[in-house]
Design a protein around this ligand. Structure first.
Ligand code: IPE
Ligand code: IPE
Ligand code: MG
Length: 232
């Protein structure tokens, strides 16, 4: 099945909550609801692969209470959504490091991945303890001594380093919510020719309509990949 790969930097949970005089953790809880909306809407918009940045390796620096709320939210999401994801033909994968996650969370990850393995409508990749630079380093280490490395080999090495299914897929559209215009160590290799879309909408407010608008915008762009525009 063809379809595009959309990656989302789900940013703005904390500021969204702070603006409402609530603790940042409340924003993360509401952010999890936005994840459900977006995952439901994605397949009908022609999205085949959806990679969501949920927790960066640098996010470990945050206060312990915020980190533990986020970890609990991941576990809860995996436990409560796996059956529903399976039902809707979504295959879930968690990409990133696993050795720093609590054993219980790793078990939840593995269980959800096993349960949804047959899903063919959408590949949902949740990036947790993810650092693109660290993955590139690990891929390079794994390739040490290899000569004649091709781009595809690098994608395969990256895919393996992040526990992904097959080679790391190129991103077609990268969306960042929350108003910042940076990549924050996300999918650096895979975004080589990604279309970039930055929106001020905070992640807890992100809706299926916002995603539909983003896809419309993406479809109107002329992707040249270094070539000249196709004659019309
Ligand atoms: C994104 O929202 C979620 C994570 C990084 C886990 P933030 O928590 O970064 O929210 P802001 O950017 O501080 O508003
Ligand atoms: C990137 O957001 C990570 C996630 C959305 C999970 P951050 O909020 O951590 O990024 P910076 O600190 O603004 O670059
Ligand atoms: Mg942020």
């Amino acid at each position: 099945m063809t379809g595009i790969h959309v990656a989302v930097i789900m940013d703005g949970n904390g500021r969204w909550a702070t603006a409402r005089s609530r603790p940042r953790e409340w924003g993360h809880r509401r952010g999890a609801e936005a994840v459900r909306r977006i995952v439901t809407a994605a397949p009908d918009l022609g999205i085949r692969t959806l990679t969501l940045y949920a927790f960066s390796s640098d996010n470990w620096q945050r206060p312990a209470t915020e980190v533990s709320v986020l970890m609990r939210l991941f576990s809860r999401y995996l436990r409560s959504e796996a059956a529903e994801l399976k039902e809707s033909g979504v295959r879930l994968q968690v990409v990133g490091r696993r050795d720093r996650l609590a054993p219980g969370l790793v078990r939840d990850v593995e269980r959800a991945e096993r349960e949804t393995v047959g899903g063919e409508r959408l590949l949902l990749r949740l990036a947790v303890d993810y650092s693109s630079r660290d993955l590139l380093l690990r891929a390079v280490q794994a390739a040490a001594g290899a000569s004649d490395l091709e781009r595809q080999d690098m994608a395969s090495l990256l895919g393996r380093a992040m526990h992904g299914e097959g080679p790391a897929p190129d991103v077609d559209l990268l969306i960042r919510t929350g108003g910042e215009r940076r990549l924050s160590d996300f999918l650096l290799w895979e975004c080589a020719y990604a279309e970039l879309l930055f929106t001020p909408v905070m992640w807890p407010d992100y809706s299926a309509e916002h995603l539909a608008d983003a896809i419309r915008d993406f479809r109107s762009r002329d992707r040249r990949f270094g070539n000249v525009a196709a004659a019309s």
